[in-house]
Design a protein around this ligand. Structure first.
Ligand code: P5A
Ligand code: ZN
Length: 492
């Protein structure tokens, strides 16, 4: 921990941290989050460029597992992976008016090659529409080329001016999964947007992170889109985190990039497009939603180590060590990721370390357990039990599965207990201090903007789930009766 202590801390504070070896309480969410990223060795935030952070090997290993779930889901739904360049020539970037307006303040420009000024300035992609669509113009020929479903997982750069935070608001988004699809009709593209949010919800279910899908209000849609659907997670401090978006691009980009196809009648017609994206915010949500005062709690599927075995040794006890090795071999043969911690540290220090790292299951084996033909199994989010030797593998399998569903269940209960129907904007103002408010809205832009102004928080939009998005009420601004209920929350 010493070398991970933030160098800007006063020596006194650093020393105190050393002594107590504890994380800030999770109730101090922001402190807890920042400290946990460091001490659990997920990100090193000391890189000397604002908004850029380093993935530690442990964090990177979580990232790899999370993104292989994403790849699996996309590959199984007809998507194919590709890779486009990082640099976008100015004239391509400047083609779509809305898109430019939305992104021009956030673009980093490459203006020189060595000491020579470039003839054509090059944008570092903030997102890749304008890198990909000139190629789609060349690739899309006929109706039989569609749907075209391509994704890439790349870094993108956004000169964010809001407060930057590791994994949440980055200037280099290192893990931008963006899909770009082309369809014959507007309706086909709309169906793909639905499919995208369905895939994202499945993805988040695999991380045991419950989410809400809603249609963003017009003023908050992606620059250049017809409409935007967003996936939000609720963080421990009551703010929502937008953890994915899917945009219906209509034929807006097809017009500017001249993406046409020959329809069955032999006519050249404009294509329709969608794009959807997820960033490493998915890992921010995963960490924040499940962790506790002791550190990370990782769903087994993405935990770099699933089982840690700790020999309880009194001197060099060969029998205990060999029991640990045998068990480790058995578990590894069954495909589990296992570590034996036979370091010289005291058992308590080992428990602390592996709890901090979120390892789902800890097994302890001591001389007494050997005699009784049992091992001690401790679940990261629960109790310690004795498990008979001949039942360890099935019990671990069962527990890992149960742990996933318990994590999801408790996160889902926590989410739903923090969504409340409010009858006026004063109630909304109060309620969003801890969660997501539901409130009627007539759908008029002017009313919506005024609601945001009064409450000091954003309208997430109308949720797709009718249980959340429908209900009779009256617009708090104009008093018109309406069947639409929208969500409002403080957002990251
Ligand atoms: C969809 C993919 C797009 O860029 N183009 C390709 C579309 N959409 S978006 O909403 O602007 O971004 C997609 C998701 O990326 C996350 N995100 C970020 N994560 C970390 N740091 C940032 N600065 C950042 N900006 C956006 C959000 O989850 C967003 O929904
Ligand atoms: Zn109104």
């Amino acid at each position: 921990m010493t070398n991970m202590t933030d160098s800007s801390d006063s020596p006194g504070k650093a020393n105190k941290k050393e002594e107590s070896k504890t994380l800030p309480l999770k109730s101090d969410f922001s402190e807890w989050y920042n400290e946990l990223l460091q001490v659990a060795e997920i990100m090193d935030v000391r890189y000397p460029v604002k908004g850029l952070y380093v993935w530690n090997p442990f964090g990177f290993s979580i990232r790899s597992r999370v993104y292989s779930i994403m790849r699996e889901l996309l590959d199984n739904t007809g998507h194919v992976e590709a890779m486009f360049p990082l640099l976008i020539p100015e004239h391509e970037f400047m083609k779509e008016a809305e898109h430019i307006k939305g992104f021009e303040d956030e673009v980093y420009w490459v203006t020189h090659g060595g000491t020579d000024p470039l003839d054509v300035k090059l944008a570092l992609r903030p997102t890749s529409e304008t890198a990909i669509y000139p190629m789609y113009k060349l690739w899309v020929r006929s109706h039989s080329d569609m749907p075209l479903l391509i994704y890439q997982i790349v870094n993108t750069f956004r000169y964010e001016t809001k407060h930057t935070r590791p994994l949440i608001r980055l200037r280099e988004i290192t893990s931008f999964k963006e899909a770009h699809t082309v369809h014959a009709t507007w309706d086909d593209a709309a169906a793909q947007v639905k499919e995208a949010t369905r895939i994202y919800q499945q993805f988040y279910n695999r991380l045991a992170v419950p989410t809400i899908v809603s249609k963003r209000p017009d003023w908050d849609k992606f620059p250049g889109a017809d409409y935007t659907m967003a996936v939000d997670a609720l963080m421990p401090d009551g703010k929502t985190l937008q953890v994915g978006t899917a945009h219906h691009l209509g034929d807006n980009f097809a017009k500017t990039f001249d993406i046409t196809y020959e329809d069955p009648e032999g006519e050249q017609v404009l294509a329709h497009q969608t794009c959807y994206g997820v960033s490493e915010r998915c890992i921010a949500a995963l960490i924040s939603i499940h962790g506790d005062n002791k550190g990370l709690i990782l769903p087994p599927e993405v935990a770099p180590t699933q089982v840690v075995i700790i020999p309880i040794l009194f001197g060099k006890d060969k029998a205990v060590l060999s029991a640990c090795n045998n068990l480790s071999d058995t578990l590894k043969r069954a495909g589990l990721r296992v570590v034996i911690d036979d370091s010289d540290a005291r058992p308590g220090a080992k428990y602390y370390k592996w709890e901090l790292k979120g390892v789902p299951i800890r097994i302890e084996i001591g001389p007494r357990d050997l005699k009784n033909n049992v091992v001690v199994m401790a679940r990261r989010d629960g109790d310690k039990t004795n498990v008979p030797n001949d039942n360890v593998l099935p019990e671990i399998d069962r527990t890992l599965k149960e742990m996933h569903s318990d994590l999801y269940k408790s996160a889902s209960e926590s989410l739903h207990s923090r969504i409340e129907l409010c009858s006026d904007l004063d109630e909304v103002k109060d309620y969003i201090q801890s969660g997501i408010a539901r409130i009627a809205w007539c759908g008029e832009r002017s009313c919506g903007l005024e609601m945001e102004e009064i409450v000091g928080a954003g309208i997430l939009g109308e949720p797709e789930d009718p249980a959340l998005g429908k209900g009779d009420g009256t617009c708090p601004i104009c008093g018109k009766p309406t069947g639409i209920v929208v969500l409002m929350a403080r957002t990251y």
